[in-house]
Design a protein around this ligand. Structure first.
Ligand code: NAD
Length: 296
C-alpha cells in the first residue's frame, strides 16, 4: 500500500482517485471544494483540510487541476506541495496545461530533490471512472518507471513521450488534429447533404474511402451513422466544445512560441471560439456541425 496525495477531485480526479483507493492505496484527497472532498471520502479516500495533511506522508502526489496557474500555485506557493512533501517524493501532474508551465514546474521540482512527470490524459470522464485513460508522459525515464504502476491502475495506455513537457506536447498536438478533422468531417457531411446525398450513404462510401477518419467512424457529427455518437443525443458531451477550445488555445500559444506554422489549427481555434461566443460551448465538440450547417 502506497500513500498517495490526490489534489483536484473534479470531474476527472474523482474517478482517478477512486481507482487508486479501490486498488488498496491510502489516498489523501485535497480540493478547495468541500463537496469534492466529501465525494472523494465516499469513494474510499481520506479527506484532508490542507496541503500539509495531504502530502507530508505521501510517497506520490497526483494533481488534476484546471490550468497552468493552478498547478504553479498548488506546487510552488508558500505552504504548497514543494514546502510539505517528503524528500524524494514523486509528483504526477495529469492536468492539461501549457508546455512552458509544465517544464518550469518540473524543473523546480527536480532542483528541490523531487521526481516529477507531466502526464496529461485523454479518455474523458468515462475513461477516468473506468480506469481506461490514455496517459502521455514527459520526464525522466526513472520518474516515468516509478509512476507507471500507478498510471496503469488509472489507465489502459501509458506512453513515455520523452523529456519534461512532452506529454503536454503530445496531448495538444493530438487534440489540435482532432479539432481539425472534426471540422473537416462536418464540412464534408454538410456539403454532401446540401448536394442531395444523405448522411448514411455518404458515410457508407467515405468511411471505406480515403476520407475515413476517427471523427467520422467513431464519433460521426452527422446524426444517424454511428449510434453511440453525441450527434444522436442532441450533441450532449462527451467532450465539450469548451474543453476542445481550451486545448486549441494551448496549441496556438505553443505554436507561436515554437514558431510552428499551424494555419488549420488557427482556423479550428477561431471556429470553436464562435461556439463559445454563441453560448453553445457546453455542447459536445462534434456540435460544431451546428455552426457549419447554420443551425446555431
Ligand atoms: P474540474 O474543474 O471538474 O476539476 C478541477 C478540480 O480542481 C475542481 O474540483 C477544483 O475545485 C479543483 N481545484 C482548483 N484549484 C485548486 C486548488 N488550488 N487546490 C485544490 N483543488 C483545486 O476539471 P476536470 O474536468 O476534472 O479537468 C481537470 C483537468 O483534466 C483539466 O486540466 C482538463 O483540461 C483535463 N482533462 C479533462 C477532461 C474531461 O473530459 N473533463 C479530459 C481530458 C483532460
Amino acid at each position: 500500500m502506497t500513500t498517495i496525495a490526490f489534489i483536484g477531485l473534479g470531474n476527472m480526479g474523482i474517478g482517478m482517485a477512486s481507482n487508486l483507493a479501490k486498488a488498496g492505496h491510502d489516498v489523501r484527497a485535497l480540493d478547495i471544494s468541500e463537496d469534492a472532498v466529501a465525494r472523494a471520502v465516499e469513494v474510499g479516500c481520506k479527506g484532508c483540510k490542507d496541503t500539509s495533511e495531504a502530502v507530508s506522508e505521501a510517497d506520490i502526489v497526483v494533481t488534476m487541476l484546471p490550468a497552468g496557474k493552478h498547478v504553479r500555485m498548488v506546487y510552488g506557493d508558500e505552504g504548497g506541495v514543494f514546502d510539505h512533501a517528503k524528500q524524494g517524493a514523486l509528483f504526477i501532474d495529469s492536468s492539461t496545461i501549457d508546455v512552458a508551465t509544465a517544464r518550469a514546474v518540473i524543473s523546480t521540482a527536480e532542483h528541490k530533490g523531487f521526481h516529477m512527470i507531466d502526464a496529461p490524459v485523454s479518455g474523458g470522464v468515462g475513461g477516468a471512472a473506468a480506469g481506461t485513460l490514455t496517459f502521455m508522459c514527459g520526464g525522466t525515464k526513472e520518474a516515468f518507471e516509478q509512476a507507471k504502476p500507478y498510471l496503469d491502475i488509472m489507465g489502459k495506455n501509458v506512453f513515455h513521450a520523452g523529456d519534461a513537457g512532452n506529454g503536454q506536447v503530445a496531448k495538444i498536438a493530438n487534440n489540435m488534429l482532432l479539432g481539425i478533422h472534426m471540422i473537416g468531417t462536418c464540412e464534408a457531411f454538410n456539403l454532401a447533404e446540401k448536394l442531395g446525398l444523405d448522411a448514411q450513404t455518404f458515410y457508407d462510401i467515405s468511411s471505406t474511402a480515403s476520407g475515413q477518419n476517427w471523427s467520422m467512424t467513431s464519433y460521426c457529427p452527422a446524426p444517424g451513422p454511428v449510434a453511440s455518437a453525441p450527434s444522436n443525443n442532441d450533441y450532449q458531451p462527451g467532450f465539450a466544445a469548451a474543453m476542445m477550445l481550451k486545448d486549441l488555445r494551448l496549441a496556438q500559444d505553443a505554436a507561436t512560441t515554437a514558431r510552428a506554422a499551424t494555419p488549420l489549427g488557427t482556423q479550428a481555434e477561431a471556429l470553436y471560439s464562435l461556439m463559445e461566443a454563441s453560448g453553445k460551448d457546453d455542447l459536445d465538440f462534434s456540435g460544431i456541425m451546428k455552426l457549419i450547417n447554420g443551425t446555431i
